[in-house]
Design a protein around this ligand. Structure first.
Ligand code: PNW
Length: 444
């Protein structure tokens, strides 16, 4: 099905990971604890009572992992930096050994000609800052800008892009709304205030990095979904609209329009955030790119119990509906509502119950998933959306947050007992697909 798909010759093909999910080495070389180290200390928080102490041991095996990427022939790698590695308590002195690790990783990537796309914050706040209020404290936004400035100063010229945050919706709502994620708070009002401080920190970091390195390509990564009413009822349609306002517009409007969406503000009522004069001027910084993570659509049903999505194409091992057309609809809708910079799909992929049989992992379902989403992506491009790249989530199986190691998103299988990496059928398929896309690059 993707045989017929031709993306532009300079389209970026990549894979993605994040620091806490793969690095392990949780106390190595002076790294400080993060809120995810702390969260995992309570085994009840993680489905298999696991933690990130070892994970994929990428900290020690990064060379092998970069070699695997080179074997796949990808153009680019999206990863994140563990803030507590380079600044153990989130403020004060820099930890040179922490920066050295990322410098070695960049060396390895450069050697293989793989472009490095860095995310500054993929959920692992230094515990030292959490102890002083974490993202509920406005001050944390300023600490984040200091960190961003230092990274731009040291590495700006070696990075193809720098994203401030990964999925601030998750940080705020899963971390402070329903306690699925660190720091494990359930307080709707706090969740909203945290989302404001995350946006503020994004703006402050953008300003700091621009001043430090005007040439760096800067942006943010948001998880997004379309929201479809389950039925034609007025209640379902209203709920769908509210969900769009609370999840997508809540982050997009401040960044691109300098305000919060009225509908969501009204819905938050007494939980609306405290906003200082000038905050929106800080938040509304021009972006060089927008990263979009897409996994599923939102299905809005006001009935009790709510109707569930029909899932005509099935569900993933996370229970998430497979709904590729939602990616087309999302991108076209965003393009209509906002004046957008170039878009990168910074995450897309699926969890499947993979296992090794005679040395092989036959994840046909994942190949189909990626094919369907690439077709959907092409449809959006054909409708005028400026998409420049696609990063498959994930390079390898890893620590899937509160699901622990039970959910596998990788195109490379990880045998955690031996740390052996086994490319799945999807990895071989992606390798061949990317190679075919590169052929026309040479022809062009
Ligand atoms: C993203 N939701 O997380 C993250 O960026 C990755 O670190 C993660 O491994 C991947 O998707 C798969 O889960 C999300 O509930 C977690 O809507 C939860 C949601 C969305 C994204």
């Amino acid at each position: 099905m993707t045989d017929s798909i031709q993306f532009s010759p300079d389209f970026t093909w990549g894979v993605a990971t994040s620091a806490f999910q793969i690095e392990g080495a949780s106390t190595a070389d002076g790294k400080g604890p993060s809120i995810w180290d702390t969260f995992c200390r309570n085994p009840a928080n993680i489905k298999d009572a696991s933690n990130g102490d070892v994970a994929c041991d990428h900290y020690h095996r990064y060379r092998e992992d970069v070699g695997i990427m080179a074997g796949l022939g990808v153009d680019a790698y999206r990863f994140s930096m563990a803030w507590a590695r380079v600044q153990p308590t989130g403020k004060g002195a820099w930890n040179e050994k922490g920066f050295d690790f990322y410098s070695r990783l960049l060396d390895a990537l450069e050697e293989k000609g793989i472009a490095a796309h860095l995310t500054l914050y993929h959920w692992d706040l230094p515990q030292g800052l959490q102890d002083e209020g974490g993202w509920l404290s406005r001050d944390t936004a300023y600490r984040f800008a200091d960190y961003a400035r230092e990274v731009a100063r040291r590495f700006g010229n070696r990075l193809a892009s720098i994203a401030t945050h990964n999925e601030p919706w998750c940080t705020a709502n899963l971390g402070y709304g329903n306690a699925q994620f660190a720091p494990g708070v359930t307080d709707a009002k706090q969740a909203v205030q945290v989302s404001h401080h995350l946006l503020l920190s994004h703006g402050l970091a953008m300003q700091a990095m621009r001043a430090e390195n005007p040439k760096a390509a800067l942006g943010i990564v948001l998880n997004q979904w379309t929201s479809d009413p389950a039925t034609d009822s007025a209640a379902d349609r209203a709920l769908a609209e509210l969900e769009w306002a609370r999840s997508v517009q809540w982050f997009m409007d401040p960044i691109f329009k300098g305000r919060y969406p009225e509908l969501a503000l009204r819905a938050h009522g007494a939980n609306a955030p405290t906003v200082f004069d000038g905050d929106f001027d800080i938040i509304r910084q021009p972006l060089d790119f927008l990263g979009v993570n897409y996994y599923f659509r939102h299905y809005a049903s006001a009935e009790t119990p709510p109707r569930t999505a029909p899932a005509a194409l099935g569900v993933t091992d996370m229970g998430w509906e497979i709904y590729p057309q939602g990616l087309t609809e999302l991108l076209v809708k965003l393009n209509g509502e906002y004046t957008l910079p170039p878009i990168y799909i910074t995450e897309n992929g699926m969890a499947a119950p993979d296992s090794v049989e005679q040395g092989q992992v036959t994840d046909t379902i994942r190949i189909r998933y990626v094919q369907q989403h690439l077709a959907a992506l092409q449809a959006a491009i054909n409708q005028g959306v400026d998409v420049r790249g696609y990063f498959l989530w994930s390079l390898m199986d890893n620590f899937e947050w509160n699901s622990g190691y039970a959910k596998r998103f990788g195109i490379v299988y990880v045998d955690y007992a031996t740390q052996q990496r086994i490319p799945k059928a999807s990895a071989l398929w992606y390798r061949d697909f990317v190679a075919a896309q590169h052929l026309q690059r040479r022809a062009a």
